[in-house]
Design a protein around this ligand. Structure first.
Ligand SMILES: C[S@@+](CC[C@H](N)C(=O)[O-])C[C@H]1O[C@@H](n2cnc3c(N)ncnc32)[C@H](O)[C@@H]1O
Length: 457
């Protein structure tokens, strides 16, 4: 990396692996400052880009410190931490004192250094968070600094990269955004094969139980009659054979109303038709985990719908599902393996043709056109390739995941677990490049043509 040309200067806040850096370097930008709190990533940034990154941005704790330490630049980039705004988090937003207020650090640097342009990235839920108020606040605060601001969301698969990863991008400019148009989204199909490397694979072995769960659902698909359209709702095997109440009353409601006997002698059945004429503790284990929480006196409509759909599906298909249950005992698997999401309607039903992902919501089976979004917080959700895609069932390697993020040219963290995590946090370099090309078109030229930078400090 690195280039002798310097069309513009940029800073990379919350730098991580440096997805923004890779993109702007390709446009002949020069990184003049980066900040990354995680020591291993900070060290890696030096290896990849030759920059000694600042550590904790909270330590840029005042205008003078910012003015002194952050060099003048034309473009600020920041993928500020997304957990406070993510659907997967607790959604505290700006009130998350550790992470949520880091947007204000970005705001401080913009206010003090006044770069011409910025590009910010976050999860798409930030646009809807707190009923849209978070988005409105961010835009208002940036506009008050004199920036014109636009926001849009993109996924790498809109740019011919086989990963679905929707992200929100805010762009801003002190020169107005009349000239700016978002890049067009491509509709061309993609193939996960494009990023697979077939030699020298050594990945973490898939746990035995996961392999068995894949075999179990593979057999489910094989047994399903070809003439049957498989459900597009999540398949919840634990609802097969269940009749416990879920509409006017819930199991928790019965336990309140009949504290001694609970569901006993009411004629209901639990998961897989199990009797509920048993102790309270046993009743709890025979009601699916999505329905046995004490205090859940009403189920939301979506849950009622999934329960009803699964029970109806089972009743109409018992002739082939019952032998499947007898063969595999799905009740012996953890709850997440008792669920399957079939996202490949109309395809051949060989599970090894697909990309698989183990999620709390079940085993997701996806067409091999795209990978699911890489995520940072757990290694168990690394995409698994079916044997017909990769020669054997295996996890995608860090190098392949790097290709999904268009970060194939940089050194990755040494341990796989650190690499998957950093890649799950990273911004896709090609998406950034496509946006930056349009935003910076007036800047992408030799330095000698640039306005001199304002001198500070
Ligand atoms: C969403 S990731 C951004 C990843 C980056 N855009 C990339 O392409 O890899 C947020 C990053 O901010 C870092 N971070 C979180 N809090 C920070 C802080 N207070 N100061 C500096 N870095 C921080 C995290 O370690 C993480 O690497």
């Amino acid at each position: 990396m690195g280039t002798s040309k310097e069309a513009f200067r940029f800073v990379d806040l919350f730098a991580g692996l440096g997805g923004f850096h890779v993109a702007l370097d390709e446009l002949d930008g020069r990184g003049v400052f980066a900040a990354e709190r995680e020591p291993k990533l900070k060290a890696l940034y030096k290896v990849n880009f030759g920059i000694d990154a600042w550590g904790d941005l909270n330590e840029l704790s005042g205008d003078e410190i910012i003015a002194l330490n952050v060099p003048d630049h034309h473009v600020l980039t920041a993928g500020f931490p997304c957990q406070p705004f993510s659907k997967a988090g607790d959604q505290l937003g700006f009130e998350d004192t550790d992470q949520g207020n880091l947007f204000f650090k970005v705001h401080d640097v913009l206010r003090v250094k006044r770069p011409q342009h910025f590009i910010l990235e976050n999860v798409p839920n930030i646009l809807k968070h707190d009923g849209g108020r978070t988005r409105i606040t961010i835009i208002r605060l940036l506009e008050e600094l004199g920036y014109s601001v636009k926001v849009e969301h993109f996924s790498p698969h809109d740019f011919g990269i086989p990963q679905v990863r929707d992200r929100a991008y805010f762009v801003g400019s002190l020169q107005g955004l009349d000239h700016f148009e978002w890049p067009a989204k491509h509709k061309d199909p993609t193939e996960i094969q494009w990023v697979l490397r077939h030699e020298g694979q050594s990945t973490r072995a898939i746990p035995e139980q996961t392999l068995r769960a894949i075999d179990m659902w593979g057999d489910f698909l094989r047994r399903s009659p070809a003439s049957l359209k498989l459900p597009s709702f999540p398949i919840w095997a634990m609802e097969f054979g269940a009749t416990y109440p879920y509409l006017d009353e819930t199991p928790a409601g019965v336990w309140v109303r009949r504290p001694v006997r609970g569901l006993r002698r009411m004629g209901f059945k639990g998961s897989f038709g199990q009797s509920l004429d048993c102790s309270f503790d046993e009743q709890l284990t025979r009601i699916p985990s999505h329905a046995n929480r004490l205090g859940d006196l009403n189920f939301p409509q979506w849950k009622r719908t999934f329960i009803r759909q699964n029970r109806e599906f089972y009743q109409a298909n018992r002739h082939w599902i019952d032998p499947w249950i007898a063969r595999w005992s799905p009740q012996s698997f953890p709850s997440s393996f008792q669920k399957m999401e079939w996202n490949a309607q109309g395809e051949d039903r060989d599970i090894d043709n697909f990309v698989l992902q183990v999620r709390a919501s079940g085993l997701r089976v996806k067409r091999p056109t795209t990978s699911p979004s890489l995520i940072a917080f757990t290694q168990t959700q690394v995409p698994i390739l079916g044997a017909n895609l990769a020669g054997e069932r295996r996890y995608m390697t860090p190098a392949e995941c790097a290709e999904l993020q268009c970060l194939g040219g940089i050194q990755l963290p040494a341990s796989d677990i650190d690499a998957y995590k950093a890649l799950g946090n990273a911004v896709n370099a090609r998406v950034v490049k496509a946006i930056a090309e349009r935003l910076l078109h007036g800047l992408i030229r030799p330095t000698s043509d640039l306005e001199p930078l304002r001198v500070t400090g």
